[in-house]
Design a protein around this ligand. Structure first.
Ligand code: 13P
Length: 265
């Protein structure tokens, strides 16, 4: 199985930046997005507070603006939460199931699935984040753990739903640590995920972007992007530096993640 999707490089800003630095980083990210628009989808998942501001300011650029989380509920007595219908006018996509949400907010696969459904129902793409802990990898369970996360959250989607799905494989032990999966292990996991998606709908599987995340930097990005089933990256720390982010996007264009890699095969 090979992928035939455009590569995506998505920055996850997490809970960082004040409004001035957020605006200037968004501007730099929009320039990067415009420069590479024909070859790479460039997005940023940003704190919800800045979403309307940044989305309206950069509406006419190629930058994809997204949220980091969303409530599974459309409206109601859910203090502090933000719903999919609130995000939808501003966002192209929303992350769901990031390991920091699973870890710090006790999110389980059922909740992740409900969030994913809310996102897709409200006309956004869902970027489903999955990944094993260090102990799970050492025990030899990484493929099973991640496979279960994928199927529990997205195993009910039909071809229409799968058109709005992206998956990010982010090993928990590689996030913010400077450690990465080996490109071969990341490729094996991406191929496993694509195989599971093929089990849901064979025709959709090559079209679902599968990204790698976990300490992606300009120096290591080309190694991941040259793997056949890795269609880009979800970038944390390095997305906060415009120069680093630009280099990673250029690597996706040059090494030909996704569609370009497929053409080269
Ligand atoms: P780092 O790139 O900082 O390791 O973060 C990865 C991540 O969690 C992206 O969602």
């Amino acid at each position: 199985m090979s992928s035939s999707t455009m590569p995506y490089v998505i920055g996850n800003w997490k809970m960082n930046l004040d409004v001035e630095s957020a605006m200037s980083l968004a501007e730099a990210s929009a320039e990067i997005a415009n420069e590479t628009a024909d070859d790479v989808g460039v997005g940023i998942a940003i704190p919800s507070l800045w979403i309307p501001l940044i989305s309206s300011e950069f509406f006419e650029t190629s930058l994809l603006v997204g949220a980091q989380d969303c409530s599974p509920h459309a409206a109601g007595a859910y203090t502090g939460d933000v719903s999919a219908p609130m995000l939808s006018p501003w966002c192209a996509f929303t992350l769901v199931g990031h390991s920091e949400r699973r870890q710090h907010h006790g999110e389980d696969d059922d909740l992740v699935r409900a969030k994913l459904d809310a996102v897709i129902e409200h006309d956004m793409a869902a970027l489903l984040c999955v990944g094993e802990t260090e102990a799970q990898r050492e025990a030899g369970n990484a493929l099973d753990v991640v496979g279960e996360q994928v199927l529990r959250a997205a195993g009910h989607l039909d071809s229409g739903g799968l058109r709005n799905l992206l998956v990010a494989y982010e090993p928990v032990w590689a996030i913010g640590t400077g450690q990465t999966a080996t490109p071969a292990d990341a490729q094996a996991m991406a191929a496993h995920i694509r195989g599971l998606i093929a089990g849901l709908d064979a025709g959709s599987a090559p079209e679902v972007p599968i990204l790698y995340g976990g300490s992606v930097k300009a120096a290591n990005a080309p190694d991941f992007f040259s793997e056949g089933d890795i269609d880009g990256a979800l970038v944390g720390g390095a997305s906060l530096d415009a120069d680093d982010f630009l280099e990673i996007v250029r690597a996706a264009r040059q090494t030909g993640a996704g569609l370009l890699a497929d053409d080269a095969r």
